[in-house]
Design a protein around this ligand. Structure first.
Ligand SMILES: [Ca+2]
Length: 336
């Protein structure tokens, strides 16, 4: 902060082209005082945010240190753009983390706007679990039809009212959210006994529509198993890993199954290979175990297998929060 002061004076001098500026010393003092006050407010906000993040880090074990630097910068950027306290402006946050940063820490639907040149849209913000999660998919009661075509998956569908309403946020919306910086994906799962599991993937990314929303994700952590990578053996991974796959719907086939369409067989749009180890948009069965001609249930293979359809799933994203890289040991023994 103290470095900024001579810099500011110099700027004033240069911009008025004369060593004797029209500002009096008192004016400059007042100006500096104002800036300091603003800066102090920003730092208080930052402190508040970091305290929340610290709490989050201490209570959750899935955070890593690798992306601390970039996410730290991102938070800083966020905070310097804090809206004024006038309250009259319509403020659209870019995502649920920004909502959370402004101290709206209640679960619920918020209108967000990841891109200034696009319309804002509603999304469920999960403020538990460390807070600031933007929910991009939820299944919880089977009321919504997920066996839909390309345009529905592109634009999004479902209900955006109750806390258990089912929806797909839309590939375009998800893409816009993800292009703004690095994001982690957390997937919450529950079976029909109420048992819960989760999976976290670092560096979750989608390509644009020209590349059919091709999926990318980094390291796994969690207790549901790394099903998105296809399972534990090489053969499963070859045929069922979702890494690098394009999105397929019943009317647009981009999967690697030559003899048919995985989305038609499995009743929902997804990043199918030939075909899947995960199918969170599959058919909603009201019991766990099911059978049929295809494993088309709500599947996370590494937990309950492909012939068990889960009761609940939620996919949610958030920028990886700042972690002091010096406090970590730098070792990473997970992901086996
Ligand atoms: Ca095919």
């Amino acid at each position: 902060m103290s470095v900024m002061m001579p810099w500011l004076l110099l700027l004033l001098l240069v911009s008025f082209g004369s060593p004797a500026p029209r500002f009096s010393e008192k004016d400059i003092c007042l100006l500096d005082n104002n800036k300091l006050r603003q800066r102090s407010k920003q730092l208080q906000d930052l402190l508040f945010l970091y305290e929340l993040q610290l709490k989050d880090i201490l209570e959750n074990t899935y955070h890593r240190t690798s992306s601390g630097l970039s996410s730290g910068n991102r938070s800083m950027q966020h905070m310097t753009l804090l809206p004024t306290t006038s309250g009259n402006l319509i403020v659209y946050d870019q995502d649920c983390s920004a909502v959370y940063d402004r101290k709206n820490t209640k679960n619920g639907y918020y209108r967000i706007r990841p891109r200034a040149d696009r319309e804002p849209f509603l999304v469920y913000c999960d403020m538990s679990d460390g807070g600031g999660w933007t929910v991009i998919q939820r299944r919880s009661n089977g009321k919504e039809n997920f066996n839909r075509k390309w345009d529905d998956y592109k634009l999004g569908f479902g209900k955006f009212q109750g806390r258990n309403d089912e929806y797909w946020l839309g590939n375009d919306h998800i893409y816009d959210l993800l292009t703004r910086g690095e994001n982690s994906l957390k997937i919450d799962l529950m079976d029909w006994h109420g048992e819960r599991r989760y999976a976290v993937y670092e560096n979750f990314q989608l390509a644009n529509e020209q590349d059919n929303y091709r999926l990318w994700f980094g390291t796994y952590s969690g207790n549901a198993g790394d099903a998105l990578s296809g399972g534990s053996n090489f053969e499963d991974q070859w045929s069922a890993s979702h890494r690098g796959m394009q999105f397929t719907t019943s009317d647009k086939d981009h999967d690697r199954f030559l003899a048919g369409n995985c989305a038609s067989e499995n009743k929902g749009g997804w990043w199918f290979n030939r075909c899947h180890a995960v199918n969170l948009n599959g058919r909603y069965y009201r019991t766990g175990r099911y059978n049929g001609s295809h494993d088309d249930g709500l599947v996370w293979s590494t937990w309950r297998g492909v012939w068990y359809s889960l009761k609940y799933s939620a996919m949610k994203i958030r920028a990886p929060f700042f972690v002091d890289s010096e406090s970590g040991d730098g070792e990473n023994s997970q992901g086996s």
